[in-house]
Ligand binder design. Sequence first.
Ligand SMILES: NC(=O)c1ccc[n+]([C@@H]2O[C@H](COP(=O)([O-])OP(=O)(O)OC[C@H]3O[C@@H](n4cnc5c(N)ncnc54)[C@H](O)[C@@H]3O)[C@@H](O)[C@H]2O)c1
Ligand SMILES: O=C(O)C[C@H](O)C(=O)O
Length: 325
Amino acid sequence: MNKLPKNVVVTGAAGQICYSLLFRLAKGDVFGTRQPLRLHLLDLPQAQQAVRGVVMELEDCAFPLLTNVVITDDPKIAFKDVDAGFLVGSRPRSKGMERRDLLSANADIFRIQGRALSEAAKRDAKILVVGNPANTNAMILGDNAPDFPTENITSMIRLDHNRALTQLARRAGVAVGDIEKFVVWGNHSPTMFADWSHALVDGRPLSELIGDETWYRNTLIPEVARRGTAIIEARGSSSAASAANAAIDHMRDWVHGSKGDWVSMGLRSDGAYGIPEGLVFGMPAICKSGQYERVVDLQFGQFAKQMLERTITELSEEREAVRGS
Ligand SMILES: NC(=O)c1ccc[n+]([C@@H]2O[C@H](COP(=O)([O-])OP(=O)(O)OC[C@H]3O[C@@H](n4cnc5c(N)ncnc54)[C@H](O)[C@@H]3O)[C@@H](O)[C@H]2O)c1
Ligand SMILES: O=C(O)C[C@H](O)C(=O)O
């Protein structure tokens, strides 16, 4: 193993998602088991002691890939020369809140980090925003990073993608890995659109295999959209290990490729599909050789058009709300 280490910033390092994410990263689950890493851990001043505790545990795992760990509360130090970033640090919602209620609480975090990203990170760094409301936070990050390419800033909708895949596979009586060309569009919020209209199993439409449009519209879509809430109600706090897993899936596929299949990624809209330019929107992409390509020229039926419109409207409202804040 004589590769140069990659520098990876992880924010919110003392939090519950990172308690899973950091260990899997250090094990090699994203960049591979031959790629050494330097972790840059960012958290608030009052969380520094807790981060030190997490680092003690990382040390006690004796991960061969982990060459160094930087602990800091300064975004400019955290983002210095990074090759990749997991932006998790932000406030989670509690019972009774919607993710958009976090908008004003978390917007400033991403304004400040956008500037640090722009000043300090490598220009080809791959950035994933996990902290909620993830799409709009990623948009804010890009808007505040004038010298950083916005196409390298993505948001996480992969957890919703994974949630839906399990339910669809179960209903169809197939394995999760048998489903291709499934996607979740739009906002990581109750308006997200879990879209099976292009999904295939062995070349056959998944919708035909399941053959129950009522279940799809009235059960699958709302259950996926409300899964985060169901977890908060059951656990008393928001999803953590599954969120870390989705972050790992997102970044791993971006780095190593998605083997020709679609993945759902929050990407800055270029105006395609009538999605206003600049919004960060869940959409299908195919990853190859460290790049993603948007899936273009898809056709939509009436129901899909309505669902897309709903989530476009919500994200446009979020954009207006942060402009005024
Ligand atoms: N996109 C998704 O699919 C998805 C899934 C699950 C959770 N989330 C979101 O991820 C975020 C983190 O969740 P969690 O459960 O780990 O929360 P948590 O409260 O356990 O941890 C958050 C951490 O972020 C830190 N933090 C706060 N402000 C910061 C800042 N300015 N800079 C650096 N660190 C800062 C806190 O000190 C804390 O250690 C929440 O916003 C949650 O809603 C998103
Ligand atoms: O729902 C939340 O607030 C946490 C996370 O976004 C989730 O989907 O589990």
